[in-house]
Design a protein around this ligand. Sequence first.
Ligand code: PMP
Length: 410
Amino acid sequence: MKTVQEPDIQKIRNDFPILSQKVYGKPLIYFDNAATTQKPQCVIDKISEMYSTTNANVHRGVHYLSQAATDEHEAARQTVREYLNATSSDEIVFTRGTTESINLVATSFCRTLCREGDEILITAMEHHSNIVPWQLQCEHYGLKLEVAPISAGGELIPEELEKKITPRTRLIAVTHISNVLGTVNPVSRIIEAAHRHDIPVLIDAAQSIQHRPVDVRAIDCDFLAFSSHKAYGPTGVGVLYGKEKWLDALPPYQGGGEMIASVSFRKTTYNRLPYKFEAGTPDYVGTAALATALRYITTLGLENIDRYERELYRYATGKLLTLPGLRILGNAADKSSVISFQAGNIHPYDMGTLLDRMGIAVRTGHHCAEPLMRELGVEGTVRVSLAIYNTREEVDQLINGIQQIFGMFR
Ligand code: PMP
């Protein structure tokens, strides 16, 4: 099998200044990439360049700087469009992140397209960001939140999900890749089934767009949400992709500048897509830097990233499974670079704290997926999540660290 060679990974690592840092005198090993990824120098430079040379409020200025900032911001929209293979940049709405993107759809969709007794269908493996926005609307409009179950191995069961579709189902919202289990969901199949009933589908792509090619036209999703900061881009920026016909059908989410066509005290009319959903000054520095991050990913090649991360994931899984008493949660046939485990009787918090002292950053706890934890019958896990800059040597250090901690507790 062709692999991305180690020297390339070393070169990639050199792009990320934070990775050369030491914590507690130990080289930093960063395995918390599902929470947020580190930033390559080109993204850091882009932020600095924007503030140093191209800072002015967008869209409303006739002056040079405002035009330049607007050009950067709108070029970023094009970059996102290309990255997702969306039909038009009018389908790309900039938000603050996955959470805001989902809240936007939940609020605007349920307000206009749902009636009391209607149902929203999600799955048992959703992040709180794809649960609570729907619950808020369900409470307000008397809707029901239905939940498709998962198997003991942490896989969605498409037949069971399809059984949950009723004449009252108005929307299905599902994560592409679980941030806890790494399960990759068969989104095309789910979308196909939903569309047979004319039901739109929202894909939470927070854990997928940085790992695998995602083509919104190929999977035919109606909405898709992701966060810049999990894809090597800056914090505070995200994207909502929506098919034009759906975005057109939804009312604005927030009111303010930018989202209007004209305002009077008697009646306000709204701007065209995508601006109708972008109230207030957008984070044009963030969007420009997000575009830089997406270009960085594209230059490395998502296929290469996917292939390398899968190999590293398999290596890490194999090594972890050799440790007696260590149990990995979720063994889906298709998994991405997230590994959640329990280490015997050692509390995840203790494991995380002791690994931290060795310079190894992992995440512990419920990972914003409390219902999934309940489903799995655990309070929390230790989560190792990989990115393109992680190496086999780092995995070996992790294994070494866990073995030492096992020794301490023996
Ligand atoms: N969905 C999933 C699957 C996630 O992993 C996360 C982040 N952990 C979110 C949604 C929320 O993303 P953000 O906090 O960037 O809005």
